[in-house]
Write a protein that binds this ligand. Sequence first.
Ligand code: P6P
Length: 335
Amino acid sequence: MTQNISLTRYLVEQQRVDGLIPSQLRLLLEVVARSCKSISHAVNKGALGGVLGAAESENVQGEIQKKLDIIANEVLIEANEWGGHLAAMASEEMEDIYVVPNRYPQGEYLLLFDPLDGSSNIDVNVSIGTIFSVLKKPDGDAAVGEADFLQAGQHQVAAGYCVYGPQTTLVLTVGNGVAMFTLDREQGSFVLTQENVQIPPDTQEFAINMSNMRHWDTPVQRYVADCLQGADGPRGKDFNMRWIASMVADVHRILTRGGVFLYPWDKREPGKPGKLRLMYEANPMGWLIEQAGGAATTGTQRILDLTPSKLHERVSVILGSKNEVAHIGSYFSKL
Ligand code: P6P
């Protein structure tokens, strides 16, 4: 394990050595990390904190919100609105963007987040997490608006997640590889536990919700069928399957030991390109995966190349070990 380097020291050194993190971005990332500590504390209380169960409201996706969804969203908004580093925020839990109130100075960054991803797992004590993405506000004096957020994922300046599992681990990239920080609850700080994360290019493990098999498009059906034939089939090797139904947890496993994650388009809602959201799920996770040597596509296109047309746009997601993602792509090109 690396010597006891705190997140703060890591960010200062990245700023000093590589100039990758201007001071305003460093401040933003430290505030997001502090927010994740607060969310972790609330999550860890569980039933003792009266935070389990559903709230009386729905989010923009039409999904019943959990109490912790709302708590996590409020923590991120309240922690980030006054610091002067942001112009606006966008969240899975809010229909419209949240412009920093006039009583606070506006900064040059835009923060997007899924405050608590995987919230269907909250009440059954399975890992969940916060996903975040940072963009720069386009130059100009015009008031910040939704259009400023509609940038392709390749323009992100920082991205990461915090997984609330057996450990609380913050995973971050600013474009110089992927680093992991584990929360030391005794010190109350995130400590660097891995840097320059590298995903193995090949894998024998895929993550997909198999109950949707009859709804998938042909390429995905053929890919999974070939994997299930194992060593005697066209892949010539056996495969293992995982599905945690918490993207943060599945992606963390892939960053840690390789694998592929698929949430493809399916014909249950043919008008939607997929279930997952482009701007605050697929883009940050896609950049992290690429920064760790993996790949992230829709099956036919690189996710980070997609220019969004609306804030809560959905997308088909295939990401993970580079060679396996390319192999899956070959099923689409055979169409
Ligand atoms: P399903 C959680 O709701 C989420 O957005 C992702 O974290 C997760 O990968 C997926 O949806 C799970 O979806 O249809 O398997 O419940």
